[in-house]
Design a protein around this ligand. Structure first.
Ligand SMILES: [Zn+2]
Length: 71
């Protein structure tokens, strides 16, 4: 039965296609979520001091609390 094999194969291709589409959608949604978490205007994730963990503003080179260098 070659017709059965072909139909199963096409079904598999269809499933693989939708799998890729859904995966892409999940990645896009994650990116959108990340963007909204970053707040308004700030670039990417919120930065904190590696030494004391206090929030650090964008463009700040040193921590205002402990003076540690910010990467
Ligand atoms: Zn600090």
């Amino acid at each position: 039965m070659t017709v059965g094999i072909v139909s199963i194969f096409s079904l598999f291709i269809l499933l693989a296609f939708w799998g890729v589409v859904i995966l892409a959608l999940i990645v896009v949604l994650k990116e959108i979520k990340k963007h909204f978490k970053g707040g308004t205007g700030s670039t990417g994730r919120r930065r904190v001091c590696p030494q004391c963990g206090k929030p650090v503003k964008d463009g700040q080179k040193f921590c205002t609390d402990c003076g540690a260098k910010i990467e």
